[in-house]
Design a protein around this ligand. Structure first.
Ligand SMILES: C[S@@+](CC[C@H](N)C(=O)[O-])C[C@H]1O[C@@H](n2cnc3c(N)ncnc32)[C@H](O)[C@@H]1O
Length: 219
């Protein structure tokens, strides 16, 4: 097996990469800073800075108007996607925390996209199961509790339109996917990755971006 020309991402190279991506806007930068200030212990859950422009790019690339997000936290990823959607698009954001998502609501309002986002505070599986069963979702972003990912996948895949895109975060789980004795979230991600690659309904690629991002397209 050949490894290709993989590049070790040093801090300097990471900054170079960010400098050659679209910059975060004022609301996005403010939200990232506030999250680290108010929730220093949880802030590491926020999608990485380069993922905002990447998600926006994917929204524009697919022309997505119906988006589902599983795992909203303080709103960085939902904000990035909602800003890239057409004004009549709709993003359903799933989370269980009123406290964290209060900051998301504030950022969405500041950015003028609050009317595009429908926040559902409930276990995401309940929210997904209550959605129409027919294929209508253009794009989904999965970034919540890792043990439930196969269940989320099984609810999302039939609801994705042909050509629809499912983006899953943390699919390398800090390298713990290699641990044969993995438990908890790491074991959830291992099982999920095996499930995804074996599903003939979807075409998937696992990319070594950030903590691993899998792009899955409905056939
Ligand atoms: C990694 S964070 C999401 C980060 C977010 N995408 C961002 O860019 O800031 C995971 C989120 O999933 C939420 N979560 C955990 N279990 C959940 C569940 N069963 N249903 C819905 N949300 C859940 C947590 O409350 C947390 O806000």
């Amino acid at each position: 097996m050949t490894k290709g020309n993989s590049t070790k991402i040093t801090d300097e190279l990471y900054q170079y990469m960010l400098a050659h991506n679209p910059p975060l806007d004022e609301v996005q930068r403010g939200l990232v800073a506030t999250t680290y200030e108010v929730f220093p212990d949880a802030a590491g859950m926020q999608s990485a800075e380069e993922q905002g422009p990447l998600l926006a790019f994917l929204v524009r690339l697919t022309g997505a108007r119906h988006i589902v997000e599983i795992g909203t936290f303080t709103g960085f990823s939902s904000l990035s996607m909602a800003q890239a959607m057409p004004a009549d698009g709709r993003l359903i954001a799933c989370d269980v925390s009123e406290e964290w998502t209060a900051y998301a609501r504030e950022a969405w309002a500041k950015a003028g996209v609050a009317d595009r986002i429908d926040l559902r505070i409930a276990p995401a599986l309940e929210t997904l199961r209550a959605m129409p069963a027919e294929p209508h979702i253009d794009m989904a972003y999965m970034d919540a509790d890792k043990q439930s990912q196969i269940a989320y996948w099984e609810e999302l895949v039939p609801r994705l339109r042909p050509g629809g895109l499912l983006v899953t975060d943390n699919t390398l789980y800090h390298g713990q996917v290699l641990d044969p004795a993995a438990t908890g979230g790491a074991a959830g991600v291992q099982a999920y990755n095996d499930h995804v690659v074996a599903d003939p309904r979807m075409e998937s690629v696992l990319l070594a971006i950030s903590d691993g991002i899998t792009l899955s397209r409905k056939r």
